[in-house]
Design a protein around this ligand. Structure first.
Ligand SMILES: Nc1ncnc2c1ncn2[C@@H]1O[C@H](COP(=O)(O)OP(=O)(O)OP(=O)(O)O)[C@@H](O)[C@H]1O
Length: 261
């Protein structure tokens, strides 16, 4: 489904490559975890796949194949057409991704307005259905609210609804639960599992927290300083990490949290 081959990303302003030649793939319906500490290149990888890298500031080379199409060969207009339709994106801070002056419902249906010919009534119906899928309770009320009237967890659910409304093949999730407290975080992880199970959406789930990845992803890729240092079945990597850096990431998980899993 997604196949990344020898991807390099270099910002012009930097000497060292942010991503220094990585390769991995995601199969149909799979949730792949991408972990590593801050600055390891996780977000830059996701931004490249989403076509959000500023081409005036950075160069990407290698291949990023989505069902056989190399995304690195597409121009910005072609990439815009794909993003939001075939690739959905969810970031860490839902507050900063939403327009504070626009109703939540209007923002959830945005992708349909851009990518389809759906009428306003059809868009509204689809948005309400989306809000139901992410279990937002009284969806008519939520639809008419402004972002500041929702909690962080509710907003993140709304962002997920927006990202999946066009039924994308791939959902990129960059630290989607990091800003949320642990209870809400667990609920969002359950929601993602459900969406993956019921709709078969493939996901790239980025986190600095191997613990969170373990709850969601069957396979994991570990990045350090722009390179992949370890990859494999999450349970196996967790049980017997081969790389010293992975061992360090596991050791960073508080013992109490390690037991809870
Ligand atoms: N716009 C930019 N200009 C220059 N360098 C950048 C830019 N964005 C990211 N970088 C650099 O690229 C490298 C990888 O950053 P990236 O954001 O992908 O790390 P990350 O693993 O996602 O970390 P975090 O969890 O903090 O987001 C870092 O060294 C970072 O400083």
């Amino acid at each position: 489904m997604l196949k990344i081959e020898d991807l390099h990303v270099k910002f012009h302003a930097r000497d060292r490559e942010a991503v220094g030649g990585i390769s991995f793939s995601i199969s149909d319906g799979e949730i792949l975890g991408l972990v590593g500490e801050s600055g390891s290149g996780k977000s830059v990888t996701a931004m490249t796949v989403a076509g959000l890298l500023n081409r005036e500031k950075a160069d990407a080379r290698g291949r990023v194949l989505l069902d056989g199409t190399d995304l690195l060969t597409l121009n910005e207009q072609e990439m815009r057409r794909l993003r939001g339709k075939e690739i959905g994106v969810v970031f860490q801070e839902p507050q900063s991704c939403m327009d504070p002056l626009m109703k939540v419902g209007t923002q959830v249906e945005e992708a349909l307005r851009i990518h389809t010919h759906a009428s306003p009534a059809e868009r509204r119906r689809a948005a309400l259905r989306g809000l139901e899928q992410v279990e937002l309770g009284d969806v008519e009320t939520v639809y008419g609210k402004y972002p500041h009237e929702l909690s962080g967890g509710q907003l993140q659910r709304a962002m997920i609804a927006a990202a999946i409304l066009t039924r994308p093949k791939l959902l990129l999730l960059d630290e989607p639960t990091t800003a949320l407290d642990v209870t809400i975080q667990a609920q969002i992880l359950e929601l993602l599992k459900k969406l993956n199970r019921e709709q078969g959406i493939s996901m790239l789930f980025i986190s600095h927290n191997l613990q969170v990845v373990r709850r969601l992803c069957s396979r994991v890729v570990v990045m350090q300083r722009g390179h992949i240092v370890e990859a494999g079945e999450t349970e196996q990597v967790y049980a017997s990490p081969r790389d010293a850096y992975t061992q360090k990431l596991i050791a960073a998980i508080p013992r109490r949290e390690r037991r809870e899993l």
